[in-house]
Ligand binder design. Structure first.
Ligand code: UDP
Length: 379
């Protein structure tokens, strides 16, 4: 249980993966957490419904951010965070990952001289075409405590000259998120039943990255390969709002006909399907981590990845095109023996205690600062 003062830790977030990966830390911080949601994801399926499902406290919402270009998202979030932090300065700010919300939170903390903790620091795709790569590099420059999920992430930071004293090897909070959110077998199989699926008898796919959705050729190539695959076994595609909009705009809705299309799923339902899929196909960052906890094979459809740890055993990286179908067929041919082998491997992303480590270091950091002469006098 946290001994920090109420609402003393501002947790700034704005998207579905941040909600998933910060829930356990927010739970451990208890009343000390003040959750600030920038509204970067504003669709109810990706924010409101998720906040309720995760049992999170009601956030303070920023306005006018969702759906805007990146620079506008940053500017509007920063202005509102500036005023929040002026009214009631938190003792520390926590951001996670590489979103615009995280960068805005980092900049606001920096402008106010508030200690900044970056959860999931040190990931690098080295792909300068990705806005997320710029966000994560900038946040790591600003952060006072960098919570590296893996030794590879820590090595990236040290190579860039970040002092070792600022880096903590914590593990990735996704591990405990999966442990907490994965339903028991009866609930999982009931969910499969509702969709007419059987264990190991379907593929689960997600597509939402701009490099795939905003490039009609890439989007067409991915949907064509998934549609071809659906001739041999069911392919479930929970459709992200951006992907749905791009498919409709590009007139490609016909390619969805052979697929089992759903709304974006709640995390529990998604994990239930992921746990029993013969294979996953995805461009998501979080899914690359989750398959290593669930012990499932994955084909990552992207040009680069910032998660090489998943590639060693669990995942295969391919660009959109016929090579996607080839990689899928190859992975499926490996069959139940390979899935059993993957299930027996430990996740390279941690041991399920990352959130507890981060809560402890926040408590320690705030107590230490309060004891410093300047802060003690002011108190
Ligand atoms: N996810 C979910 N429902 C879905 C699809 C994905 O709950 O229908 C979860 C998934 O388990 C993972 C997270 O959303 O934890 C990934 O989010 P997303 O792919 O939007 O972002 P990324 O991880 O690529 O930043």
């Amino acid at each position: 249980m946290s001994v920090l003062p109420p609402r003393s830790i501002a947790v700034v977030l704005g998207t579905r993966p941040e909600l998933i990966k910060l829930t356990e830390l927010i739970r451990l911080l208890g009343p000390a957490a003040h959750v600030v949601h920038t509204g970067q994801h504003y669709d109810d399926d990706l924010s409101g419904r998720f906040i309720a499902e995760m049992g999170l406290p009601e956030p303070t919402y920023l306005t006018g951010v969702g759906g805007e270009p990146r620079a506008v998202q940053l500017a509007r979030s920063l202005e509102q965070l500036d005023s929040l932090f002026t009214d009631v300065p938190p003792s520390a700010v926590v951001v996670q990952g590489d979103t615009n919300a995280a960068l805005a939170g980092a900049l606001a903390a920096n402008a106010h001289g508030i200690p900044l903790v970056h959860v999931e620091a040190g990931l690098r795709s080295h792909d300068r075409a990705m806005p997320e790569e710029h966000n994560r590099v900038l946040i790591d420059r600003l952060a006072d405590v960098l919570c590296a999920a893996t030794p590879e992430n820590r090595a990236n930071l040290l190579t860039e000259g970040v002092p070792l004293s600022r880096v903590e090897l914590t593990g990735n909070t996704v591990v405990e998120a999966v442990h907490r959110q994965l339903p028991e077998p009866a609930e999982r199989f009931a969910h499969l039943d509702r969709l007419g699926l059987v264990e190991d008898g379907y593929v689960l796919a997600t597509v939402h990255r701009p490099e795939n959705t905003d490039d009609p050729a890439a989007l067409h190539a991915i949907l064509t390969e998934l549609a071809a695959l659906a001739r041999t076994l069911p392919v479930v595609l929970p459709l992200h709002p951006r992907t749905r909009a791009r498919i409709e705009h590009a007139g490609m809705a016909g390619l969805l006909a052979p697929l089992t299309i759903t709304r974006p799923l709640g995390h529990r339902d998604f994990l239930a399907l992921a746990r029993h899929a013969a294979l996953l196909v995805s461009d998501s960052g979080g899914v690359q981590e989750e398959v290593t906890v669930l012990g499932r094979p994955l084909v990552v459809v992207r040009n680069s990845t910032e998660r090489p740890e998943a590639m060693a055993e669990f995942a295969t990286l391919v660009s959109p095109g016929p090579q996607l179908g080839e990689a899928v067929r190859h992975r499926l041919r490996q069959g139940p023996a390979e899935r059993a082998r993957l299930e027996s491997l430990p996740s390279p992303f941690g041991d399920g205690l990352a959130s507890a480590r981060i809560a402890a270091l926040l408590t320690h950091m705030v107590a230490e600062r309060a004891a410093e002469p300047a802060h003690a006098e002011a108190a």
